[in-house]
Ligand binder design. Sequence first.
Ligand SMILES: NC(=O)c1ccc[n+]([C@@H]2O[C@H](COP(=O)([O-])OP(=O)(O)OC[C@H]3O[C@@H](n4cnc5c(N)ncnc54)[C@H](OP(=O)(O)O)[C@@H]3O)[C@@H](O)[C@H]2O)c1
Length: 381
Amino acid sequence: MKYRKMGKTGFEVSALGFGIMRMPLKKGAKNDKEIDEELSIRMIRRAVDAGVNYFDTAYVYHSGVSENLLGKALKDGYRQKVKIATKLPLDHVKEPADFDRVLEEQLARLEDEIVDFYLFHGIGAKGWDKIVKLDLIDKAEKFKKAGKIGHIGFSFHDSNEAFHKIIDGYDKWEFCQIQYNYMDTENQAGMEGLRYAASKGLAVIIMEPLLGGRLARPPKDIAAKFNGYPAKRSPADWAFQWIWNQPEVSTVLSGMSALEHVEQNLVSADSSGAGTLSAEDVAFVESLKPEFLKRAVIPCTKCNYCMPCPSGVNIPWNFEMYNEGIMYDDFSAPRFGYKHWFPDKEKADQCTACAVCEEQCPQKITISEWMPRVFEELNKS
Ligand SMILES: NC(=O)c1ccc[n+]([C@@H]2O[C@H](COP(=O)([O-])OP(=O)(O)OC[C@H]3O[C@@H](n4cnc5c(N)ncnc54)[C@H](OP(=O)(O)O)[C@@H]3O)[C@@H](O)[C@H]2O)c1
C-alpha cells in the first residue's frame, strides 16, 4: 500500500480509503439494511490486512446500520490499525443538544470511544448557515477537547462558491471530503476547490471517484477508447490513477461492493502516486470527458433563458438529469435522484406545452416535445 500526507493532521493515510456505503446485501434483501455481514467483514478485514487505514461511514448509510457493521468488522484487533470517519447528519439536528445525542449514538453503534475524523455531512451553503446559527463548531471543538472526536471536517455537495465560503468560514478545518473524478473537474468544489483546500493545509478526501460506479462501466463507444489506447488499464483503474496523480489529494474513497473490487483497487493503489502518470496518460483520461459530454442528446447549456416556466417546471434540471442517463448509458442514478430529491412541482410532467420557453431558448430546443419523454424515462422505477 502507498501512503500519503493527510494535510495538517500529520497522519499518513493509505492511498485507498474504504467507503462503507455500498456494502453487499444478503440474497433477496428487501432493503439496504440487510447487509451480507460475513462477506462485508471479510472485505473490510482484507483491506486492513493489505494496509488500508481509513474507513468512512455515516449515521445514515445503509439506513443507519453502516456504523454498526464497521464497529463489528473492526473487532479482534483491527480497530487499532485504522482511523474511522463518520458524519453528523444535519437533518437530525434541530438544536445543539441533538449533536450530543447523535454522537453518543454513533459511538455506541461503533462500540468505540472516539471518532478519529468527524465530518458535518454533505453540507453546502444552507448547511453551513445552520452550523453557524446553532454554533455547532463550538460543540465539535468541545467534543474534540473531551477526546470524543479526533479531527473536525466536512463533506461537501454544492457550488464552488459555497465551498470557498465554508473553507474561509472557519480557520481550523483539518480536512474536507469532495466529490471528484475526471468528469467533475468543474462541478461542485472541482479542481480549483481541491487545490484551494490543499493550499490552506486541509487534507482532501475524495468521494465518488468512479461517479458511483458509472465510470467503471462506460458505454460501448467510450469503452472502445480504452481498448484503443496503448497502455492497458481498466476504466476504474484509469479513473483512480488520474486522481492519485494529483498531489493535493490525500486519500481516495471507494465504495467497494464486492471482494473483487477490493482486490482490484488494492492493486491499483499499489501502483499509484502523485505525478506518476505521463503527460500522454493524463491527456488520454481528460479526453474522455468531452466524449461523455458529446453523448448528451439535448443541447441545453443551462443558460436559464427558458426560466421561469409559468407552470413551475425546472427545465434545465430536468434536461440535465435526462442527459446524464444518456451520457453514461445508465439511468439508475438520475432515476433515484428524480424520485427522492427532485420536487414534484418542478418535474417535467407539469409542462402544459404552452411553449413560452421555446421562444426564449437560444438553442432552439423543442422543449415541450421533450418534456413527456424526459418524464417517462426519469419516472421509471
Ligand atoms: N459525504 C457524502 O456526502 C458522500 C457522498 C457520496 C459518497 N460518500 C462516501 O464516499 C465513498 C466513495 O464514494 P462512492 O461509493 O460513490 O465511490 P465510487 O468509487 O464512485 O463508486 C463505488 C462503486 O463503484 C464500483 N466499483 C468500485 N470498484 C470497482 C472496480 N474495481 N471495478 C468496477 N467497479 C467498481 C461499484 O459499483 P457497483 O456496486 O455498481 O458494481 C461501487 O459500488 C462512499 O462509499 C461513501 O463512504 C460520501
